[in-house]
Design a protein around this ligand. Structure first.
Ligand code: PEP
Ligand code: MN
Length: 269
């Protein structure tokens, strides 16, 4: 990593310090907000399972212009209603500098997605606000480029920042993206930035979530992001990778059990 980057010299608050949630934290919810009923059903399950953050896209960065693009402002209003009614912290992606004010008004954290990691105009504008941000790693970006993108946010004033490793494109096709767990260890070693891992967009499959989650938590990651939907088969985006609500419950149970078992993990690993 380049020397004297702000990201390596500044103390960043942990999820616990920022939001009073236990650490590591879970961020779960649908790929996209599709309707009030869908969002509310998922929110009720999150509350029941003890998940504090709900993710949900209102503006979706889709590969095809013919795919569902998200509900836009209506989706943000649904998220706002949900967080007020259920006390959940809401994370949503903003794609366009013109929508930053809406993101600030309606969400607790603004996500800058993989496809926008190098959008320096967006990074600067979002960084100028003091709003909490999740910056995802670009799918074609090196770790050093990822940290430089974070530097744009931090240089503009952002101090409430989580980095999100979500895998990079390789020739391997057994997973959607290749999860780079070394990057999590390096970010933890070289900065105080909280790092979370998006299991869904990295793996793109549901059958190996628990063992991979354990590996990530053993690295000292600050949280996990995971997609969940009340009817994955009918989801308007990322149908194959979204957990059903019973599957999410099982995952959360395994996660809690494993964290409990590993209270001594500092001495185990
Ligand atoms: C998302 O989290 O909704 C998303 C589109 O992920 P990524 O930017 O990592 O592809
Ligand atoms: Mn998705």
């Amino acid at each position: 990593m380049e020397d004297n980057l702000l990201v390596s010299t500044i103390e960043f608050p942990s999820p616990e310090a920022l939001f009073h949630v236990s650490s590591p934290c879970l961020i779960a919810g649908p790929c996209a907000v599709e309707s009030l009923e869908q969002a509310e059903t998922i929110a009720q399950a999150l509350v029941q399972f003890g998940v504090k953050f709900m993710r949900g896209g209102a503006f979706k960065p889709r590969t095809s212009p013919y795919s569902f693009q998200g509900l836009g402002l209506e989706g943000l209003r649904i998220l706002d209603y949900i967080r007020q009614k259920y006390g959940l912290l809401v994370v949503t992606e903003i794609l366009d500098t013109r929508d930053i004010d809406l993101g600030i008004r309606y969400a607790d954290m603004i996500q800058i997605g993989s496809r926008n990691m190098t959008n320096t105009a967006l990074l600067k504008e979002v960084g100028r606000t003091s709003h909490p941000v999740i910056l995802k790693r670009g799918m074609m970006s090196t770790l050093s480029e990822f940290l430089l993108a974070a530097e744009y946010l931090v240089q503009a004033g952002c101090r409430k920042l989580f980095l999100c490793e979500r895998g990079i494109r390789t020739f391997e096709d057994s997973v959607r993206n290749m999860l780079d767990i070394g990057s999590v260890a390096i970010i933890k070693r070289e900065t105080s930035l909280p790092v979370i891992v998006d299991l869904s967009h990295s793996l793109g499959r549901k059958d190996i979530l628990v063992p991979v989650a354990k590996a990530i938590l053993a690295l000292g990651a600050d949280g996990l992001m995971i997609e969940a939907h009340c009817d994955p088969a009918a989801a308007l985006s990322d149908s194959a990778q979204q957990l059903s609500l019973p599957e999410l419950e099982q995952f959360v149970d395994a996660y809690n059990e494993w964290l409990g078992i590993n209270e001594r993990r500092d001495t185990i690993f």
